[in-house]
Ligand binder design. Structure first.
Ligand code: SPQ
Length: 429
């Protein structure tokens, strides 16, 4: 447990930073690099706790993975060279590692047991376990396999045609991975498009897949070839500083080399809608991922309504958007975001209780919240509840709260943004 004391600031944020690599893309670079034959070099990899769990899982399968700062080199002969792990695999706090690797483990000829930390042990795994069982997967655990720890008896999987009942890129990705390792053609459809990094990366590792609307079709048995991956800055990490610039008068910052994949840029659409003073310069596409610089200057924000198809495009940004809403010119409504209840914490409750501890009014609903604007925040002792995004939301709130804020369990921020406080300090110079 680490506690950090924070104060409000009276000078705007200035300067330019590149936030660490995208967490979703970093995980996938290790997964696909391990499944591929040959060498994969990953640059600007996120050296955060969650992604390290994915590296450790593949090392336990015998894959050679070397890490030197934010460069990772994977040497693999593909899945046929994997070995049965001798110890249970630890997924830590990482939902992405757990869901995606269950899709891989289900298809390997091994017995593998896996477990997670206290938070992950409460998050539902049946959303991937049920469809994997339809493919012939044998996965067992508490409450019919709903929760970790889980025991996987790898099988030869058959193909699947499936419409996902939950808005989840992790479910889609787990099933595409299982489909890649299965026999026959697997077709996954979703009602609303979720982040598509798995699809982009499959293509850059040489796989063929068809994407038509919100349906992805993949032929099993395809071989992947190692490649080089550059991981763009994580827009979900950038979001905290985009918000800080909108909150602290006089701010003018630029976040360079940030991922601009359209399935992740809902936050930019909402900020524009709220009247943010923002300029985006897109300069490259690498391995299907759009990358560019975002310059943002302080300007008071308007209230808004966030719901419908945009939700999966900004799901991880809702904690920081809720903080912004407290400073907008009227009531902001967030709806259709029931998935927030299945994250590292129940984020609807965690956001509300955190903002209330700063003295703000928030009304929660089953799938979102209503947040009045023009609220004065008062420094508070606030716990991250072990949730990195709540921890960073508290740190940004402290910049405008009257008096001192004490952030308890600040270490959770290492999950996705180990250099968060160093970057915040840099923008205050
Ligand atoms: O990996 P984890 O713990 O699930 O991380 C979170 C986060 O806030 O970093 C969610 F708690 O991001 C998920 C995201 O919400 C990462 C992700 C992915 O990489 O595929 C997809 C989203 O989850 P889901 O449940 O919508 O598939």
């Amino acid at each position: 447990m680490t506690d950090i004391k924070l104060q409000s600031i009276d000078k705007g944020l200035h300067g330019s930073i590149t936030v660490p690599g995208d967490k979703s893309i970093s995980h996938r670079s290790i997964i696909f690099g391990s499944l591929a034959t040959g060498r994969t070099t990953v640059r600007h990899f996120l050296d955060g706790e969650d992604c390290l769990r994915t590296i450790e899982a593949f090392r336990a399968l015998g894959v050679s993975i070397e890490q030197d700062g934010d460069t990772v080199t994977i040497e693999s002969e593909g899945k046929d060279s994997f070995k049965e792990p001798l110890e249970p695999i630890y997924f830590g706090n990482s939902g992405t590692t757990a869901r995606l690797l269950l899709g891989v483990f289900a298809a390997l000829p091994f017995h593998i047991t896996a477990y997670g930390d206290a938070s992950l042990t409460k998050r539902p795994m049946d959303r991937v376990v049920h469809p994997l069982r339809q493919m012939g997967g044998k996965i067992n655990g508490r409450e019919q396999g709903k929760y970790l720890p889980l025991a996987v008896d790898g099988q030869r999987l058959s193909s699947l045609t499936y419409r996902t009942p939950v808005k989840s890129a992790q479910v889609k990705s787990a099933l595409l991975l299982a489909g890649l390792l299965a026999e026959g053609e697997t077709e996954i459809s979703e009602d609303v498009k979720t982040r598509d990094h798995t699809e982009q990366m499959l293509k850059s590792f040489g796989a063929n897949l068809d994407v038509t609307g919100t349906t992805v079709t993949i032929q099993g048995g395809q071989k992947l070839t190692g490649t080089d991956v550059y991981v763009p800055g994580d827009i979900s990490s950038a979001a905290f500083f985009l918000a800080a610039a909108c909150l602290v008068p006089g701010s003018d910052i630029t976040l360079t080399n940030t991922g601009l994949n359209e399935t992740r840029t809902g936050i930019l659409d909402v900020l524009r809608d709220m009247g943010a003073d923002m300029e985006i310069t897109e300069h490259k596409i690498q391995a299907g991922e759009r990358i560019g610089d975002i310059r943002i200057k302080y300007r008071p924000l308007k209230h808004t309504e966030i719901g419908g198809e945009i939700i999966p495009r900004l799901i991880d940004e809702l904690p920081i958007l809720a903080l912004l809403a407290t400073q907008a010119d009227g009531e902001t409504v967030i709806k259709d975001a029931e998935e927030l209840r299945f994250k590292e914490t129940d984020r609807i409750d965690a956001i509300a209780s955190t903002l209330r501890s700063f003295g703000a009014k928030v009304e929660t609903t089953a799938d979102g919240m209503r947040i009045p604007g023009n609220q004065t925040l008062h420094g508070s002792t606030a716990d991250s509840f072990g949730d990195h995004r709540i921890g960073m939301m508290i740190a940004i709130a402290s910049l405008i709260a009257e008096g001192e804020t004490v952030l308890t369990d600040a270490a959770s921020i290492n999950i996705s943004y180990p250099s968060f406080f160093a970057d915040l300090e840099m923008l205050q110079k």
